[in-house]
Write a protein that binds this ligand. Structure first.
Ligand code: TYD
Length: 423
């Protein structure tokens, strides 16, 4: 049984951490109007309440002046400010889960509706909402009551809650008979929320989750590995993806192999050290496997269990490509020594494949090569062929990304692929 079957959310300070874009645009308006720009604490108060009212209250403007100030604000906000934004960590999986449980979800925001929609589309959360409501440009005062009525779209207030970070959200919810749930991680304080009648207050997104979905266990996250020959550009793509997913409200962990935790990082130093050139292939393979066993146990399994999106620069496939094939130790040996790593399998592996010559050139232009990178052409060829085989054997899991393109083009493919997996 759902505790709330209808949940309306405020946007700024509740779903999105939009302060930077808003306060910079407010400062821009003050400057352009020839007013002294107030300190940050005053600028912060503009996040949440209706803009015209805020300019009247905090800048002491008349309604006509405040309307003009709001127009100036929008010059910057509509160009740059709306993108200086991110979802709070954990919001995306929470919305997804509420939707999956059959909740009716709405946004009732005091921001112009075109921006609310633009933000919801850009940051990928429009898909979870049944109603997206903001003010219309010509309105001066965003009346939260009207916004709530519109977002309810005829639904009963029985089992309905409004989640917000400011007094306006709490007061309107109380007036209209909705449960008022305050979030103190936004732009209003716990005191403000309590004084304006919040029924419950969450200090974090996970506390909010506990209020909205009491006792429902967190769904496991996702494990995505990045593979390819040395110098294929996968690490750059992994970090770009991490940033994008974080902006979109996911809890992301970036890690790597060999490494990712203390013991495994020490093994990394050992195994990649150019001074250990004479290391036997068996010892090398066992070190990679030891590092992986620890990483799986200490980092990967717990993170996925907590609902995180785990991005890992190389995983087990690397040992099949480099040790089983590159070093010609054979698949069986690698399978056996990596038995502990079988506790987890990537939900998706992005395999970066590019022009072998270009990759070698890029590598040779680097200053310090590690033990693996100094290997010759036949080793590299075997690694390439192994990756091709790995892809052919598991095309569902292993997706090829053509890395012979610009960073932006490659990234567009990476995003499309990952959105399909986690969206
Ligand atoms: P790294 O500097 O991370 O290289 P890259 O950016 O190309 O990933 O070094 C990792 C090296 O270790 C890389 O040359 C591949 C090798 N390696 C293996 O040979 N077997 C393995 O199981 C793993 C995880 C890595």
């Amino acid at each position: 049984m759902l505790k709330y079957s209808t949940i309306l959310f405020d946007l700024d300070g509740t779903l999105t951490e939009s302060g930077i874009g808003i306060t910079r645009s407010v400062a821009y308006a003050y400057e352009k109007l020839g007013l002294p720009v107030p300190e940050q604490a005053v600028l912060d108060r503009f996040v949440g309440p209706p803009l015209v009212a805020a300019f009247m209250e905090y800048a002491g403007l008349s309604e006509k002046e405040a309307r003009h100030a709001a127009d100036v604000y929008r010059e910057r906000f509509s160009q740059i400010g709306w993108r200086e934004n991110r979802l709070y960590t954990g919001v995306a999986p929470l919305l997804k889960e509420l939707k999956a449980q059959g909740c009716y979800l709405g946004i009732a925001s005091g921001k112009p509706e075109i921006f609310v929609r633009r933000i919801a589309d850009h940051f990928g959360f429009a898909q979870y909402f049944d109603a997206i409501v903001g003010i219309h440009m010509e309105t001066t005062h965003a009346d939260k009551h009207e916004l709530i009525t519109e977002a309810l779209n005829g639904r009963s207030i029985a089992g309905a809650a409004m989640v917000g970070d400011r007094k306006f959200d709490m007061a309107a919810a109380r007036d209209m008979g909705l449960r008022a749930i305050g979030v103190s991680y936004g732009y209003g304080s716990r005191e403000e929320l309590a004084a304006s009648g919040a029924d419950e207050i969450a200090d974090s997104v996970s506390e909010l989750r506990e209020i909205l979905l009491p006792g429902v266990p967190v769904s496991p996250g996702r494990f995505i590995s990045f593979e390819g020959a040395d110098g294929c550009g996968k690490s750059t793509q992994m970090h770009l993806l991490a940033e994008r997913l974080r902006e979109r409200g996911y809890d992301v962990l970036c890690t790597r192999e060999p490494g990712g935790c203390e013991i495994s990082e020490r093994i990394r130093e050992l195994v990649l050290d150019i001074r250990h050139r004479g290391m036997s292939s068996e010892c090398e393979a066992l070190l990679y496997a030891a590092s992986r066993a620890e990483h799986v146990r200490q980092v990967l399994l717990p993170a996925v269990k907590k609902g995180k999106i785990v991005l890992c620069d190389r995983f087990l496939d690397s040992s099949f490509a480099y040790q089983a094939r590159g070093r010609e130790l054979g698949d069986d040996f690698i399978r056996q020594i990596n038995a502990p790593a079988r506790a987890i399998t990537p939900d998706r592996t992005l395999l970066f494949v590019g022009d072998r010559e270009a990759v070698s050139r890029r590598l040779r232009s680097g200053t310090q090569l590690d033990r693996i990178e100094v290997e010759g052409d036949s080793f590299v060829r075997r690694v390439y062929e192994a990756y091709e085989e790995i892809h052919a054997a598991e095309p569902e899991r292993v997706h090829i990304i053509d890395s012979n393109r610009t960073i932006e083009e490659i990234f567009a493919d990476v995003c499309a692929d990952v959105d399909g997996l986690i969206g």
